[in-house]
Write a protein of this length. Structure first.
Lengths: 455, 497
């Protein structure tokens, strides 16, 4: 008997008697012999809890994690500090182990969390409606594409090259299914989306335009100008956003954005080698009945008490089947809980303070490195620079216990010597100075030496 | 229920608990020049009014969410026989190993050289899932079952297009999970429903008629949502493959057959796994999950990027796969979910997985036998009375006719007995359906208790059906106005004007 089941020999006899069969084997009788495995699975035998712990602990020990080095790696997921109370609250069985709240009377905790989450996302994005979470960032972008198809019946999607490469890839993968074409708009020579190229790219077949704020390089985009250019033929304007900088940046909803989606990892979620985190999906009121995923709504019970339910379920797969607005079922409720707890922990003033700290440290870091900037304009939390002899510089820094950031070459061949440097509140001035010493100084020195010879 | 008896309404949102000036967060000191924000950002980009987030102290924040949590029923508290959801125990070890810094604090773009443990874990999980499914190639990337289904149909599309074929339809049985037809539409195909035969399996004649050259795929769950294993599976596979279509396995019910029969051996080309069902993930009130897929050789070239590969003793991410459908999401998937499910597979091993399926069948058939006893069976007859697999479906038609209470009433009355109701009103072809999946981690005593609860609810309804009709009576709220919520949606809190 394994430790997760509890059938004693006596139970087995009694249960088989009640069923009216002589052995457990008989219960599998409907499976034709010809499709039976007829052997043991080729897997190791079961192990004790302690053995499993030790095996997984040994595997974990072979990963260099964010506390084992000073990391400036971002590019979509960021090493923010996660407060202890999140571990405490998410570890509660009452939040950890329920299913989706199909029975609202015994799920008021989870449903109210969803309602609070939706409120917080609405506040951040400046858009009136939010769902209770989707899987994660890039697939949220793809979900926005699908909404645009349902809404406009058009066939083209226009995406800025400043949109995360994974978002562009996920959009293309999903669009191949729902039968749409994705067209890319280049960045200008300051690393921002080229407004004129965007205006030229949209036409009467364009269902939606996608940009990111800040964009993949950390550039603060001129959302107002972009949305004006993007919407001139009636396309929906979609902004993928990092929620933390939205504390200091003008809300997308005030700048002509119709749908604001994004990756929620930065809100109190662990890095977890890429997931689980959550995606958020906020929209203008007119899209409420076309939204993907669960939405909690406020209502009253028969005694007039305030309560919360899953609402507008006629959008969803379990009710509407092939006419659903999306196929999503299980989403990321626990991760969204971390999100709303984190935002409540930061609070109204804390989110601004954190945003300002990131902004100042990011600018300080770009100055300190003193390298040629790929995006010399306004940046927040991240920026890109050119690093001569990048692989060797990277290797030296890693030997010194510093991860300098994400090399841009794979995703942006035009920036083959590009390095994307991310700054969080965990990266102090001291860390930044160390990075400047390891990455900035070696790159500057040959130039300095050259000048010296000239004199 | 906590101190809210002192402070009034325990349904106050965290926003309503906000008081200007309170805080739980202390910002790290600014150690770089405090340049004015206006010098660093264009004026038009700066937020004028801060987002209206709560202002609340740490103790009040902890109490708020602890109080909310106390209003949730959860698996660690009691029986949760939701059909098709496989609410099995979540071993506590899994939270511990997922939280190890080497897992939880690992950046997804860490160089493979410094993430060998994570990649090896994923590679080992892929191997185990492939062995369980009987299909050699695995991608862990999809984020949930529905995402896996979409991946499966995108793979199907890529496969047919590669062969120069344009197929437009996907077949789904009328017993299918709602995600199947929803996925078909998202993947750009037209849904064609296939009927169910009197024995609960696929209607073969209907299938033969509909499996034409325009059909791309048949999506099937086996055992199906009635909890029945389709005995004609080989013939079904034959018909589908003869038509040139792929056969897709919705893995929601895989818990019935682990180590006994494998989808790949049944003729399926593509499978998705619900790690949050079969391989025990805490459901978190609606996620996270993960929906890895496995496939046969002919589908393999199209799998998403990146793929985990092993080169000698080294593990790596392979990004260059020219025929790939591309990426379904960011990074490599829900790794934290993989850690837990891998731990589960290590704990159970080949012997334990097979035992889990065996006990899942034992528990389901035992509970079905209890439901077949007098006092229950005349009100809630079994919809298809055969040996079931891991779950079975009752019809509430008898209770409706004889007692004047509906399935919904029975479900709501269960809430007063501290058991979670089964899945209700699904599958659609059974009137007043109750779909019951006890899972292998429940003991005989729990099943006996559930049967007693059902019996007592029916007994009570004979005397006074109004008790069930107005249930629940003991929960934090009673029946809620769902129609009103949909008619006048209030989906966020706003301060009183």
């Amino acid at each position: 008997m394994s430790r997760y089941t509890g059938v004693t020999d006596e139970d087995l006899r009694e249960m088989l008697d009640a069923i009216g069969v002589g052995s457990l084997e008989v219960l599998f009788a409907d499976i034709p012999e010809s499709v039976r495995l007829g052997r043991e699975l080729d897997l190791p035998q079961g192990q004790s809890e302690q053995e499993v712990y030790e095996h997984l602990s040994a595997l974990a020990g072979r990963n260099r994690h964010a506390e084992a080095e000073i990391s400036f790696l971002g590019a979509g997921m960021y090493d923010h500090y996660v407060p202890a109370l999140i571990d405490t609250l998410l570890g509660r069985s009452e939040f950890l182990t329920p299913y989706t709240p199909y029975q609202p009377e015994i799920s008021q905790g989870g449903l109210q969390v969803m309602f609070e989450f939706q409120t917080a996302i609405s506040e951040l994005t400046g858009l009136p409606v939010s769902n209770a979470s989707v899987y994660e960032g890039p697939s949220a972008v793809a979900a926005a594409g699908y909404l645009a198809k349902l809404e406009t019946k058009r066939t083209r999607l226009v995406a800025s090259r400043g949109l995360h490469p994974h978002s562009r890839a996920a959009l293309a993968t999903h669009a191949a299914g729902y039968g749409m074409e994705v067209v890319e708009v280049p960045l200008d020579d300051e690393g921002a989306t080229d407004v004129e190229a965007l205006a030229a790219a949209v036409d009467d077949d364009t269902a939606a335009v996608f940009v990111q704020q800040p964009n993949f390089l950390g550039t603060v985009e001129d959302l107002g100008a972009l949305s004006e250019a993007g919407k001139r033929t009636g396309a929906l304007f979609v902004c993928a956003a990092d929620p933390i900088p939205l504390g200091i940046l003008k809300p997308p909803g005030e700048l002509g954005v119709d749908l604001c989606v994004g990756e929620g990892q930065t809100l109190g979620n662990r890095l977890d080698f890429g997931g689980p985190s959550f995606g958020f999906f906020a929209a203008d009121e007119r899209f409420l009945r076309k939204m993907p995923g669960r939405i909690a709504g406020e209502t009253r019970d028969v005694d007039g008490r305030r309560g919360f339910v899953l609402t507008l379920q006629t959008r969803e797969q379990h009710i509407r089947r092939e006419k659903a607005t999306h196929n999503i079922c299980t989403a990321q409720a626990l991760n969204a809980l971390a999100g709303v707890v984190y935002l409540s922990w930061l609070g109204k003033r804390g989110l601004v303070e954190l945003g300002e700290l990131l902004l100042r440290r990011t600018h300080y870091a770009r100055e300190a490195l003193g390298l040629e900037a790929i995006n010399p304009g306004p940046i927040v939390r991240e920026f890109a620079v050119r690093v001569p002899d990048l692989p060797a510089v990277m290797a030296r820094a890693r030997d010194a216990g510093v991860h300098p950031g994400y090399p841009l070459g794979r995703d942006y061949p035009e920036f083959s010597d590009g390095l994307l440097v991310a700054v969080t509140e965990r990266r102090t001035k001291e860390h930044i100075d160390q990075l400047a010493e390891l990455v900035g100084a070696p790159a500057r020195e040959p130039a300095a030496a050259g000048e010296g010879v000239g004199v | 229920m906590s101190d809210d008896t002192l402070t009034g309404d325990d349904t106050l949102t965290v926003f309503e608990r906000s008081r200007a000036g309170r805080r739980a967060f202390t910002a790290p000191a600014t150690d770089v020049p405090e340049l004015p924000i206006e010098d660093l950002l264009p004026t038009g980009a700066i937020r004028e009014q801060p987002a209206e987030l709560p202002e609340i102290s740490e103790p009040e924040l902890v109490r708020h969410y602890t109080t909310l949590s106390s209003k949730n029923f959860h698996l660690d508290e009691g029986f949760y026989p939701l059909g098709s959801c496989t609410m099995k125990h979540n071993p506590k070890l899994h939270e511990r190993v997922a939280a190890l810094p080497g897992h939880a604090r690992l950046h997804p773009l860490q160089d493979p050289e410094y993430a060998q443990g994570a990649l090896e874990l994923m590679w080992r999980l892929q191997g185990a899932l492939g062995e369980i499914a009987g299909l050699p190639h695995v991608s862990l990337q999809p984020s949930a079952g529905s995402h896996g289904e979409l991946a499966g149909l995108l793979l199907t599309r890529a496969y047919h297009e590669d062969r120069g074929e344009q197929r437009t339809k996907v077949l789904t049985p009328d017993t299918a999970h709602g995600t199947n037809p929803a996925t078909v539409t998202m993947a750009g195909y037209e849904v064609v429903k296939v009927g169910t035969a009197p024995d609960g399996g696929v209607d073969l004649d209907d299938l033969r008629e509909k499996a034409g050259q325009d059909v791309a795929c048949l999506m099937l769950t086996n055992p199906n949502t009635l909890g029945l294993f389709d005995r004609n599976i080989e013939e079904i596979a034959h018909i589908v493959h003869d038509a040139g279509a792929t056969l897709y396995y919705d893995g929601a019910n895989l818990n019935a057959v682990m180590g006994v029969a494998r989808p790949g051996d049944m003729g399926f080309d593509i499978v998705h796994f619900n790690l949050h069902k079969t391989f025990t993930q805490p459901h978190g009130g609606g996620g996270p999950g993960a929906g890895p897929i496995a496939c046969s050789d002919r589908i393999e070239p199209f799998l998403p990027i990146p793929q985990i590969v092993r080169r000698g003793e080294r593990f790596d991410l392979e990004h260059e796969r020219p025929e790939s459908i591309g990426k379904l999401r960011g990074f490599q998937g829900n790794f934290g979910v993989f850690v837990r499910s891998y731990a589960y597979i290590c704990s159970l091993g080949s012997d334990g997985l097979k035992e889990a399926s065996g006990v899942a069948l034992l528990n389901a058939n035992y509970l079905k036998a209890l439901m077949g006893e007098p006092g229950i069976a005349e009100y809630l007859p079994i919809a298809f009375d055969r040996t079931c697999m891991h779950e079975f479906v009752l019809s509430g038609q008898g209770a409706k006719d004889k007692l004047g209470i509906r399935t919904l009433d029975i479900a709501k009355r269960m809430l007063d007995h501290s058991v979670h109701p089964p899945t209700v009103y699904f599958p659609l072809l059974v009137d007043e359906a109750l779909m019951i999946e006890p899972t292998e981690t429940e003991t005989k005593e729990r099943l006996d208790h559930f049967a007693e609860v059902v019996r007592s609810i029916l007994e009570e309804a004979k005397e006074d059906p109004e008790v069930a009709r107005t249930a629940p009576h003991t929960t934090p709220v009673r029946r809620l106005d769902e129609a009103g919520a949909a008619k006048r949606p209030v989906v966020r809190w706003r301060p009183a004007a």
